[in-house]
Design a protein around this ligand. Sequence first.
Ligand code: TPP
Length: 492
Amino acid sequence: MAQWKCSVCGYIYDETTGDPKAGILAGTTFEKLPDTWTCPVCGAGKEAFRKVPTEDIHARANTTVSDVMVAELVTWGVNVVFGLPGTSSLGLVEAIRKNPGIRYFVVRHEENAAFAASAYNKLTGNVAACLTIAGPGATNLTTGLYDAKEDHASILSLNGQVEAQYTGPGGVQEIDQDAFFRPITVYNNTIYEKNLAVLLLTRALRYAKIDRGVAQISVPNDIQKQPLDARFCARESCLCGPDILPSDDMIKTAAVAINNAKKPVILAGWGAYPDGQKVLGFAEKIKAPILTTFRAKGILPEDNPWVIGILGNVGSPHARILVNEADLVITLGVGFSKYTNIPTEKSFVQVDIDPLKLGKNRQTIALWGNCSLVLPKLLPLLTEQEEMGGKKRLAALKKEWDLQRDAEADSSASPLRPPFIMKVLSETIPPDAVISLDVGENQWWFGRNFRIKQQRFAMSGYLATMGFGLPGASCDHGVWPAGRNRSKNRVS
Ligand SMILES: Cc1ncc(C[n+]2csc(CCOP(=O)(O)OP(=O)(O)O)c2C)c(N)n1
């Protein structure tokens, strides 16, 4: 006896029960139904019905749910997973072991897996993944994932879960992971039905990328090991990331404001970090100094004549002087953290990918878009300004700041003072090193006194949590994308 499903409304005709209301006896096969019979719910004809498959189409697959999920991760470019294995995640761990396109980095405590994944995304822009067991493995991720949430790092958190029949009272190592992760995540789900495994995974990856945050997927232990044939799985598509550009009119309005400004300054934030050369071209054209937020330190080498340094409480007094004098502040991907302390009474041209960050006051020309796309659109509309001695003044201010920091770096002080340590580190850390910063005094002195060259650096920005430094540095071990051509220097 088979079941037939109406493709219009979903009603199921069950041959075992028939359709008593229409006088169709129990045991009547679908073929024997009169041609005039219609769906008792929506009235669709027999041609709208499809046989409900009784056999599991995945039963003969030689791949498991885990194999298919891991292959999907590789397709999306997720080739690094950090975590700590255990009973409820072994199906997924085994699938990673078998797949040469992805590597599992084992940590001693899951918090470090989340920190490493967060740092990995901050340093490479690629989605990173964590994989832990259910319950305590999942809860241990919290601080690291919160760091990712606050700093908009895209992470997939894959977590084991106990078999469905053990959920609820009596379950061991079982918590309601969807509820637990809800405040941290941009997407959150448990795969209770293997047919949905790829669909939910691909949806999670889209959320992690587009909403720039943590997407969490729990996979019960038994489901991880069930057979699954990728050919019969629904999925959502890979996305490269949204290209957002403001209208031409808005860009023109911003260009007019910049062309009319007498003393503009550029304030570059984390959102402009990948676009150092574009920011430099912009500064050179309008002859404006480049200030940065703490997180964007190193967007360009500090000795570049247009870079004045950090604005904020780890910054230079000279950056503060310049922003106070400015009649226009051009902010590029800046989060307006309290540490940057941007004078909000100023006029702004503001570029940001997050529309809710835009419009910090009434005098803002808000450009909703990616800095990497907005800057090339804006640049041709800007008037090349004459060099009127501004560069000379910047050089003088920079010199003053360097001399002050040199004077602070007293090598004879005992115990050693942080400015001296930072001076030595500035002179000894190779220019292509990756620096992962922890939280504490070291962070403040690094921000203020370390003279950055081409090093890449990451830290826990908004959460400002201790514990980020070491996993952040170890995440670089062997996972730095090929072609980046960095040496193996990692500093925490
Ligand atoms: C997880 C966490 N706990 C507590 C703090 C508060 N906190 C910030 S710095 C700091 C002390 C750090 O001391 P240390 O690691 O010795 O670094 P130092 O300040 O000497 O550079 C503390 C407790 C924090 N930021 N994160």
